[in-house]
Design a protein around this ligand. Structure first.
Ligand SMILES: [Zn+2]
Length: 249
């Protein structure tokens, strides 16, 4: 596909598409957050029907239960933190989003002048400076991979291993540079317990459209510019499971 963007022409190929989501195979190994139970996939069972071929049913009819925010890759919008009723299908583009992938190393709170809206001593955070070091020209999509980036992220229990989060200045900076779609490999852009304020979410959604969390971005995908499609089901919710597909240039 040939794309004209900012007076330049780009060529992308579906052959180079990379999936930035965590596969959910309903095997009890999804990443979890806030003591969430695992996603389940059980057959429909009624009086004269079993929705499971293995149990003698004529076809498989699974009934799935899923905590969208706490068990896998998902995309959310302003409606997640306000009573605006904004739905993800209203704000998540169906087309391609120009986007930049960066890799950042979280720092200790003692190593930064940035701040956060609740106590944060000893936490590990993504600062404005660490983002500035990695990118000079922003696009409407920003994908942030954090290091270390080991495969354990695809089934990590984030109640046992605390995740880094963004400083207020980092989020304000990203939003002020015109980023509308922020994607991260963390369970949240906020501290797990920020007294329910979800301060960074609210800061970003003043200008931004979507936040995608719990991605997994393989090391073999290089930092840089490309085009992104955030694939989502047509569900009128403030957050849905998602599958971000990146086409590096
Ligand atoms: Zn979420």
């Amino acid at each position: 596909m040939q794309i004209k963007y900012n007076n330049k022409e780009y060529l992308i190929s579906s052959k180079n598409a990379v999936d930035l989501s965590i596969e959910n195979n309903f095997s009890g190994k999804a990443p979890t957050f806030y003591n969430s139970s695992q996603p389940t996939n059980r057959p429909l069972i009624s009086k004269n029907f079993v929705g499971d071929v293995k149990q003698g049913g004529s076809c498989n009819v699974p009934v799935v239960s899923l905590n969208i925010h706490c068990t896998g890759t998902h995309t959310e919008c302003e409606g997640h933190v306000t009573n605006s009723n904004v739905s993800i299908v209203d704000v998540c583009p169906t087309g391609l989003i120009p986007a930049h992938l960066i890799t950042v190393e979280p720092q200790l709170t003692s190593e930064t002048d940035d701040s956060y809206h609740v106590g944060w001593d000893g936490e590990s955070v993504i600062t404005k400076k660490s983002i500035q070091k990695k990118i000079s020209q922003f696009h409407s999509g920003l994908i942030v991979r954090t290091i270390p980036n080991d495969k354990s992220k695809i089934s990590r229990n984030y109640d046992e291993i605390t995740a880094p989060f963004f400083t207020n200045q980092a989020i304000d900076y990203i939003a002020s540079e015109g980023v509308k779609h922020l994607l991260v490999d963390l369970p949240s852009v906020d501290k797990a317990n920020d007294d329910g304020k979800l301060g960074n979410h609210k800061r970003f959604f003043k200008y931004g459209k979507t936040i995608s969390e719990l991605l997994f971005i393989e090391d073999c995908i290089s930092d840089g510019f490309g085009f992104l499609q955030i694939q989502i089901p047509n569900w009128s919710l403030d957050a849905v499971p998602s599958r971000p597909i990146f086409y590096p240039i």
